[in-house]
Write a protein that binds this ligand. Structure first.
Ligand code: UDP
Ligand code: MG
Length: 197
């Protein structure tokens, strides 16, 4: 299996690049943010709880997101692999993910981190606010999301770095340019095709 973590601050382009990656490498997209927004849209008890946290730009608890991820992994073990988008966000989540994958006889191949500076992130998220109307894309919440990223989530890099699985890529340029950089890394890990077709 090819199992990738796509990593980076809010607005780095994880969701956009994930769409291109799943298409090329035929992976299952596992975005915990999307799952949570779906729970909110369906007004489930989990969604109602998560909404309050997300609107402050804080993190939903490890137990909740780990449970969601476990279900989705165990329901899709027959595929080519997964792309984890927006997860893990804490070291505890990274450890839990390794354990779940190990129990299913697989592991993370590589983490790709998209590197984008803070001014550019804020610009992108404010533009997304106009286009998509996400309630957490307003300036105060954006600043807190970036703060939580810097204080908590950014340390997840060290976890993968110690395992020699961390690759950083410039997240600026055109969508195609960034995707080409990602593809160059993933081609090192993807199973080789057997023929020229
Ligand atoms: N979130 C969370 N845990 C997750 C995924 C999302 O707590 O595993 C919450 C968090 O409040 C975050 C929001 O959902 O700010 C949106 O997450 P998403 O990954 O969709 O946004 P991005 O950071 O990619 O803009
Ligand atoms: Mg996203």
């Amino acid at each position: 299996m090819l199992n990738i973590v796509i990593f980076g601050p809010p607005g780095a382009g994880k969701g956009t690049q994930s769409e291109l990656i799943i298409e090329k490498y035929k992976l299952v997209h596992l975005s915990t943010g999307d799952i949570l927004r779906n729970e909110i849209a369906n007004k489930t008890p989990l969604g109602i709880e998560a909404k309050k946290i997300i609107e402050k730009g804080e993190l939903v608890s490890d137990d909740i997101v780990i449970g969601m991820v476990k279900n989705k992994i165990e329901g899709n073990m027959t595929g080519n692999g997964f792309i984890f988008d927006g997860f893990p966000r804490t070291k505890e989540q990274a450890e839990a993910l390794d354990k779940i994958l190990e129990d299913n006889n697989t592991s993370i191949s590589v983490m790709i981190s998209l590197d984008v500076d803070e001014d550019e992130l804020v610009k992108r998220l404010l533009k997304r606010a106009e286009e998509q109307g996400r309630t957490d894309d307003n300036i105060d919440v954006i600043r807190n999301r970036i703060k939580v990223y810097n204080e908590v989530t950014s340390h997840v890099c060290d976890y993968y770095s110690k395992k020699n699985k961390y690759r950083s890529i410039p997240g600026t340029g055109t969508i195609e340019e960034i995707f080409d950089r990602i593809s160059a890394v993933l081609d090192e890990y993807a199973p080789k095709r057997s023929c020229c077709g």
